[in-house]
Ligand binder design. Structure first.
Ligand code: ADP
Ligand code: MG
Length: 256
């Protein structure tokens, strides 16, 4: 039994951009060691939900808990934002985000990219960070690319560097937003392999993906979002094998 509180728990989250309601009461749990995938049409609120997890977005209503610790809010009747900068920093540094567009710093080498946040944000010892960074770059299969710049790498290599950068923060969980969407099919596979290895290691992850095979292969739980609400969720076998909702069936047949 896993009695520890989930790494991330969201209860009844509401989020609007102005008058546009994007999340209309969404709840999710990412227990330690579990992989949760978010699927759904473009515009359904997947990225917004993921960004809410690490407090990159303000919201209007609902709870966000990190390892059982509720986010403290300060609010007005228009909305609210996190009240405690130290809490925000603690949560954010424990949830590494990997973006569709890699977001590596172009003027830094791959090794410098991976070392930057542990050095500047966590203020860790340089020699230890370098050793760890080289280890993570080896782990994702680009240990020989330490001294090159991002532009000299393929998209798949850049995304693996971004994953190594996330790992080097030694986070409690990794959050992926469409990690393979910017890649050519042959490069997608090398990134998928890294994500599968991380899942097998028991990493806690939330993955927004359009790749139903990836979601089916790595997830413990899959959530189908439709217009800011969870339309259906469950184990991947159930969700992909026996979808109940008409909308999910339509979505799955459109993504084949
Ligand atoms: P998804 O990732 O599922 O494609 P998003 O979470 O990116 O969906 O977007 C959900 C909705 O919120 C969309 O209608 C989108 O246009 C809108 N949206 C996203 N970001 C912003 C923003 N910064 N300002 C205003 N509207 C936004
Ligand atoms: Mg998105």
């Amino acid at each position: 039994m896993n009695s520890a509180p989930p790494v991330i728990q969201i209860d009844g989250l509401h989020k609007a951009y102005g008058s546009l309601e994007v999340l209309k009461g969404v709840s999710l749990k990412a227990p330690r060691g579990h992989v949760v995938s978010l699927i759904g049409s473009s515009g359904s609120g997947k990225s917004t939900l993921l960004r809410c997890c690490n407090l990159l977005e303000d919201s209007q209503q609902g709870e966000i808990l990190f390892k059982g610790e509720p986010v403290k809010w300060k609010g007005t009747h228009h909305g609210r934002r996190p009240a405690d900068p130290k809490q925000v920093l603690r949560i954010r540094t424990n949830l590494s985000m990997v973006f569709q567009q890699f977001n590596l710093w172009a003027h830094m080498t791959i090794l410098q990219n991976v070392m930057e946040a542990p050095l500047t944000v966590l203020k860790r010892d340089r020699a230890e960070v370098e050793k760890a960074a080289r280890g993570y770059l080896d782990k994702v299969g680009i240990g020989d690319k330490c001294d090159v710049y991002p532009a000299q790498l393929s998209g798949g290599q850049q995304q693996r560097a971004a994953i190594a950068r996330g790992l080097c923060m030694e986070p409690e969980a990794l959050l992926f937003d469409e990690p393979t969407s910017a890649l050519d099919p042959e490069l997608e596979q090398e990134v998928i392999k890294v994500i599968k290895d991380l899942a097998n290691e028991g990493r806690t992850m939330i993955i927004v993906t359009h790749d139903m095979k990836l979601a089916a292969d790595v997830s413990d739980h899959v959530i189908f979002l439709h217009q800011g609400l969870i339309e259906e969720q469950g184990a991947p076998d159930q969700l992909f094998g026996a979808p109940k909702s008409e909308r999910l069936r339509g979505f799955l047949s459109a993504t084949h």
